[in-house]
Design a protein around this ligand. Sequence first.
Ligand SMILES: Nc1ncnc2c1ncn2[C@@H]1O[C@H](COP(=O)(O)O)[C@@H](OP(=O)(O)O)[C@H]1O
Ligand SMILES: CCc1ccc(OS(=O)(=O)O)cc1
Length: 439
Amino acid sequence: MAESEAETPSTPGEFESKYFEFHGVRLPPFCRGKMEEIANFPVRPSDVWIVTYPKSGTSLLQEVVYLVSQGADPDEIGLMNIDEQLPVLEYPQPGLDIIKELTSPRLIKSHLPYRFLPSDLHNGDSKVIYMARNPKDLVVSYYQFHRSLRTMSYRGTFQEFCRRFMNDKLGYGSWFEHVQEFWEHHMDSNVLFLKYEDMHRDLVAMVEQLARFLGVSCDKAQLESLVEHCHQLVDQCCNAEALPVGRGTCRPAPRAPAPSLPASSRFPGPILPLPGPESGFSLISPEPSVPQGERKKATQERATEDPGSPCCSQPVTLHRVQSSRWGGCWRGSVSGSLGKRFSGRHLLRRPPAWQWVWGCGVEEHRACTQLPRAPAGSRGLCEQGRLPLFPRGGSHTGEVQRIPGKGCVCVSVVYVLCVYVRGVCAHTGCVCVCTHVRE
Ligand SMILES: Nc1ncnc2c1ncn2[C@@H]1O[C@H](COP(=O)(O)O)[C@@H](OP(=O)(O)O)[C@H]1O
Ligand SMILES: CCc1ccc(OS(=O)(=O)O)cc1
């Protein structure tokens, strides 16, 4: 039996059927039916577009661009979901109608090939930042992503996945054409072509390049501070291999395929609609805040006490927070991002919406029964937890209701908190439910 057949419970045919073809390019299912609207999407001169083939370090680029363009504080970025600032053009949430209404300057992300992007972009009407990554690393990252993606449930071998990659049989089509097409436009005045590896090799040069491209004027001191802040963002990286030897807090660890789990610990099939609305739940005492300087120490201690876990500069200590302070929604979408450890003080000062935190300690809730739970603070291996929309934070499901005159209320939002290690959800936290009204 061929290895792909032996190791792919969801058959190759089933896997294929998850995509659809558009002008010969394999696209994820959520792109279906909107490609024409995307082609005609109205672009503004003030827009900044970030375009990549998936797993090219998009999130990191988003954060750096946000920081350079908005002069934001990296701690603020850690407290927000960067996807809130950069909606993805082709995703179901927030959707094209909402992106059209966003106030300027908009930051918009897409993985679509150049030729499928809004035609206004081809006319040079707004700035496009493209980032390419070494395909050898990218394909490993994409493989891990497919394995952890519940909707894809990829169970083939890496070898088989590589064959798909080489034969342009993955979502967003051919990496080769993707990069080639953008490279053909790298001299266009509205296009900046970057490489992921350069970000690690020479961040100063990249920040300078970005600042010039975005028309951000800064003196030497401001530039140094920007670079320092960008370093902080890069250092949050979990990919030890991507870092030059000796940099960052990560210990290199061999990348192993995610181990299979017993069926009982897997997420059940489609997540059922949740009962709602819920009224939030009681405060679980926040832990004291951890000063910035202590973080590295905490991470190192964690690495020492947990030799089985690949390194990660994200602290993996489970925190207890009052979830109603951090839950939120964004005009119909709820999402999370790989959250930094944050403190009760932060929560009180500025309740960040869409923030994932490690562990909430809530175990008993009827809504939680629809997802497997881990006891508060427990840690265990799990392969799932990534959804295509929110690949960085864990798994979520929930309902969002619009209340006339009040905005959105998230009801029954269930979060499975995961600590990602090298792109794979390695530690589950627990499940919690939040209710939060956003005016
Ligand atoms: N600061 C950072 N935040 C998030 N991802 C980062 C990062 N620095 C590097 N990356 C890497 O970017 C890749 C994900 O890309 P994308 O954001 O396009 O999905 C991951 O690669 P690996 O899976 O090889 O670790 C991730 O580790
Ligand atoms: C598997 C197809 C797919 C789905 C979603 C993606 O977006 S992201 O890279 O996680 O932002 C990429 C590929």
